[in-house]
Design a protein around this ligand. Structure first.
Ligand SMILES: [Zn+2]
Length: 107
């Protein structure tokens, strides 16, 4: 899960980004793997962070005790390939550009 106290803002219009999640396409556990990313629909910008994705994968892997299924690196490579491959390509096809969004902590 993305940290609830962390918000991302569009670097162009400065509005708060829309939070989205994609679900991993394979079932290894009862709980689906959810990977977060952020969008600004008006500016057609998308923000994906490999660091954030990796921390989500790691938490899911630990929570579901998947160490007996496969090592963490296996899930990293498969899930990152999915998110940064077909998921990102679909956005790029509809005119989105990948960009770093501004991160702000709230309390
Ligand atoms: Zn924007």
């Amino acid at each position: 899960m993305a940290d609830n106290n962390t918000q991302y803002y569009c670097p162009r219009c400065k509005k708060r980004a829309r939070f989205e999640q994609t679900v991993g396409d394979r079932k290894y556990s009862m709980e689906a793997l959810r990977m977060s990313y952020f969008l600004c629909g008006e500016c057609r910008l998308i923000f994906m962070s490999k660091r954030l994705t990796k921390s989500e994968i790691k938490e899911w892997w630990e929570r579901n005790k998947l160490e007996k299924t496969a090592p963490l690196n296996y899930f990293y490579s498969e899930a990152l390939a999915y998110l940064y491959g077909p998921v990102l390509s679909l956005y790029k096809k509809t005119g989105y550009k990948r960009m770093r969004f501004e991160k702000r902590e709230t309390d």
